[in-house]
Ligand binder design. Structure first.
Ligand code: TYD
Ligand code: MG
Length: 469
């Protein structure tokens, strides 16, 4: 009978005819005074000369590993955070998101829906890196060399340092890597390459995982920066296993409506820097160009004095961005009036409509309601709640907000207007673009050039802005 907590050795010695296996535990001798170690026991420490200070300790599981050439642990404060060499891609907005550039030996996954411009961005970046002397290998597994060549001509990418091969077979891709020894390897896309020794069709979980693993190994062993294009499913997640996101160092998501010009680049995972930076691009006839003033671009076509239009200062990562929230409310005899949300979370909009009905007495049954963000931008944060609520109210009551007003704040189920992070930066951006009034939660700070209207509830905001039918 064993007593609880006693260690049981897995030795089948009680069975007839078996012999217990005895493993000798390897040990090390460590000086109690100075921490020096020795394989043998010694009467006197060879480091600090203390007598009788060595004690025998069992070795950890790394028994037998030789540490001569390995990285030694160092005090964390002495690690140079910039030690990882970065190669700027030359695309300013991409470098901003990467924290300066691509790290040698790292793997970056660039995800996005078809048509957002992933292949374009890769080719532009490779062209610029090649101009600065990098050897770049583009493996196109989706398009022929001729198609890539055509795009290169359109983008003005002509540096001989950009080599392109159209190939889908992983072993042949790896052979090309051995052959070319690139500084930067780009694979477009990870879902269309295939390892013949792995079961499954291209893009299947097993294939994507195996191919990604092999390419990660190439990056770690041979040191090129590896860029992988990854397709995104309709639900907006990266196709293939979640494991893909775990094996790579950086996951970038390139977002934007293909019918609109503005594209947002975010890092959803970044082992070498912040995930708060956002890059903004505009797709032009000659490729992607950085947008220095996205708010101005997004507000350029804003109609003046139309009910149902409210400007909201939202945050994309760390970057304040002014977006126009629009709402349209139309009478309908349909038993289930339509509600649609574009660029906004549908569930969030439904919640705000219920708050308007119950807490602000804005009657919406018998009306279809459409809410959207202009310019093809997707707003995922609650800071735009108040703007959505005011846009719907204005559209329903046919009333406009005073000119030059922005609205910000999260709306709670009680109809209360709640604080938003980084309100100062949002308001500063509004002031910079010439807005002169802001309505939002009581916590709003004072900002030069803006008159700040602090409200406790959506109902207060509606009243203070004179939004009545
Ligand atoms: P692409 O890079 O092929 O997108 P992805 O690889 O993400 O599927 O390009 C997307 C769209 O951009 C494509 O429909 C054509 C357009 N485009 C431009 O408008 N300007 C350009 O200079 C290029 C190269 C493409
Ligand atoms: Mg493509």
């Amino acid at each position: 009978m064993e007593t609880p907590g006693s260690a049981v050795l897995a030795s089948p010695s009680h069975l007839p005819g078996t012999v217990p296996v005895v493993t000798k535990t390897r040990t090390i001798h460590r000086c109690r005074e100075c921490g020096a170690t020795s394989a043998r026991w010694l009467g006197r420490c060879p480091e600090c000369a203390e007598w009788g200070s060595l004690e025998e300790l069992p070795l950890a599981n790394g028994a037998g590993a030789v540490l001569h050439d390995a990285e030694r642990p160092v005090p964390v404060a002495e690690v140079d955070p910039l030690g990882a060499a970065r190669r700027p891609t030359g695309l300013g907005e991409l470098d901003r998101v990467l924290g300066g550039g691509l790290v040698a030996g790292s793997v970056t996954l660039l995800g996005g829906e078809p048509g957002t411009g992933k292949s374009t961005m890769m080719l532009q970046a490779l062209g610029l890196m090649a101009e600065r002397g990098a050897r770049c290998l583009l493996v196109s597994a989706e398009e022929s060399r001729e198609q890539v060549g055509l795009r290169a001509r359109r983008l003005g990418v002509s540096d001989p340092g950009v080599l392109v091969v159209s190939e889908t077979s992983l072993p042949r891709i790896l052979a090309h890597v051995d052959d070319v020894a690139p500084d930067v390897l780009a694979v477009d896309s990870v879902q269309t390459i295939v390892d013949p020794d792995t079961p499954g069709v291209p893009g299947s979980v097993g294939q994507v995982r195996e191919c990604a693993h092999r390419l990660v190994r190439v990056a770690k062993q041979r040191g090129p920066s590896v860029l992988l294009v990854g397709h995104v499913t309709k639900e907006g997640t990266l196709a293939g296993p979640r494991a893909l996101e775990h094996v790579v160092d950086t996951v970038l998501s390139f977002d934007g409506d293909r019918h609109h010009v503005l594209r947002l680049l975010r890092a959803t995972k970044h082992r070498f820097g912040s995930t708060q930076e956002v890059g903004l691009f505009e797709m032009t006839g000659g490729g992607l160009v950085g947008v220095p003033d996205p708010s101005a671009l997004l507000l350029a076509d804003r109609p003046a004095g139309v009910p149902g239009s409210v400007v909201a200062p939202v945050l994309e990562g760390d970057r304040p961005l002014l977006v126009e929230v629009q709402a349209l409310v139309a009478r309908t005899s349909a038993p289930l009036p339509r509600r649609s949300a574009q660029g906004l979370d549908g569930g969030r909009v439904a919640l705000l409509l219920a708050v308007l009905e119950r807490r602000v007495d804005v009657p919406l049954s018998g009306f279809e309601v459409h809410a959207s963000v202009a310019g093809g931008v997707r707003v995922t944060e609650a800071g735009a709640d108040l703007a959505v609520a005011l846009a719907v109210t204005g559209a329903r009551l046919d009333a406009t907000l005073p000119a030059g007003t922005v609205a910000l704040g999260e709306v709670g189920l009680g109809g209360e207007v709640r604080r938003v992070p980084r309100a100062d930066r949002r308001l500063a951006e509004a002031a910079r673009l010439g807005f002169n009034r802001a309505v939002g939660p009581v916590s709003l700070p004072d900002v030069e050039g803006l008159s700040v209207l602090r409200v406790g509830t959506v109902r207060d905001a509606v009243a203070a802005l004179g939004l009545t039918g």
